[in-house]
Design a protein around this ligand. Structure first.
Ligand SMILES: [Fe+2]
Length: 392
């Protein structure tokens, strides 16, 4: 038997609890920072989600400024503007309050606070030389898991490419999980971000770089999402299932920070760059098609996923049981009104060669459980466009 070689590194302190964001000030002050830049968007601000957080910062006499210009699929320009704002206001830490876009923007600002040049200089793995300033993340969706990942995803509008910056320096210093901040999320965002988290967990669990540790986090996340996502979609005010989703999303983030992802994210990132489609919807619609492509390479793992999602697989072969996992993902999409093809999401095949080329540039293709060529990506995109699963 061969030994299992792996490493595990996840240095973020995580604090979870209903209402815990009202203690943000004291937790941030413990980090020794003097002035913090809150990085958020106008939606979060307009929904009064900053109220308790700001109050807690006032209570400990900590200085702060707010940068609320974050947009979905954050661009190089949004990060540069935030970075200038950060310098002008003499801040020494960032506090992201929002979805993955706010957390990823805050990470970008944190990199540029201690490293020279442009954020584009840091594309790829391990390019950041100087540790960034402290990053505090308060997710208001469940979620991207960005609060416990080692990466930030940024859109280069000039090339319509979504690039990844990966570094062990990019974990949050502190992540505060407060389900109360997610109670008001509309159904569409609950669905898209929840399916993003499920995609993280499934891709991480089946990644070629998965380890016993990352698989433990991924499997627990799959179970919790299976038990809670549909409930949060229909009963958004249920604090317990909201909390379970927030924890599951964070755990999926821990998992994929160790294992990377797979073809779903390799392809969906190209949609985000070109068509500006919400990341979670792109993943949700692609997931059954990528799983169908991967099934022969990881049927047993898909069987385990089917069981985790509550399916009875007794008496079935691994392939049959694995298909149950794919069917469950389709059922979840259907019950949350997510399109079953990418055409309805606004993807066009006009740019197919660029989509294929950009997908193959993603490091996620190399850890996908089934060996993938450019022609495979092309066929997955076409099947997903026409809603044709093939083997079913
Ligand atoms: Fe994602």
């Amino acid at each position: 038997m061969s030994s299992t070689q792996f490493k595990y590194f996840m240095p973020a302190r995580v604090e979870c609890g209903n209402g815990i964001s009202n203690r943000t000030g004291e937790m941030v002050k413990e980090l020794g920072v003097t002035k913090i830049l809150i990085v958020t968007d106008k939606g979060v601000r307009g929904a009064n989600l900053l109220e308790g957080i700001e109050r807690s910062i006032h209570e400990v006499d900590l200085a702060y400024e707010i940068y609320d210009e974050v947009e979905p699929n954050p661009s190089v320009e949004i990060i540069n503007r935030g970075s200038i704002y950060f310098y002008q206001n003499h801040c020494d830490a960032v506090l992201a309050v929002g979805g993955g876009s706010s957390i990823d923007t805050a990470k970008g600002i944190a990199i540029l606070a201690t490293n020279p040049g442009n954020i584009l200089d840091y594309e790829g793995v391990g390019k950041i030389k100087n540790p960034p300033i402290p990053i505090i993340s308060i997710p208001t969706t469940a979620g991207t898991g960005s609060e416990t990942t080692n990466s930030t995803v940024i859109t280069n509008k000039q090339t319509s490419f979504k690039l990844g910056v990966l570094s062990s320096h990019l974990f949050s210093t502190l992540a505060i999980l407060d389900p109360a901040l997610t109670l008001g999320l509309p159904q569409g965002i609950t669905a898209s971000t929840g399916m993003d988290a499920l995609t993280h967990a499934i891709e991480s669990y089946t990644s070629k770089d998965a380890s016993p540790v990352s698989k433990g986090f991924a499997m627990q996340a799959i179970k919790m999402i299976g038990e809670n996502l549909i409930k949060t979609y229909f009963v958004g005010t249920d604090i317990e299932s909201r909390e379970q989703m927030l924890v599951a999303s964070m755990m999926a983030g821990v998992a994929f920070s160790q294992s990377r992802l797979g073809n779903v994210h390799a392809i969906s990132h190209t949609f985000g760059g070109v068509f500006n489609i919400p990341h979670g919807f792109a993943n949700a619609a692609l997931l059954p098609f990528v799983m169908t492509f991967n099934l022969p390479a990881c049927a047993e793992k898909y069987k385990e996923i089917a069981i985790a999602l509550g399916k009875d697989v007794s008496g079935l072969t691994n392939m049959e049981a694995g298909k149950k996992a794919i069917e469950t993902v389709i059922e979840m999409n259907q019950s949350m009104n997510i399109p079953l093809n990418i055409k309805d999401l606004g993807v066009s095949l006009d740019l197919l060669p660029k989509l294929v080329e950009d997908s193959m540039r993603s490091g996620n293709v190399f850890v996908n459980p089934r060996l993938t060529k450019a022609s495979d990506i092309e066929s997955i995109i076409k099947r997903a466009y026409y809603g044709d699963l093939g083997i079913f």
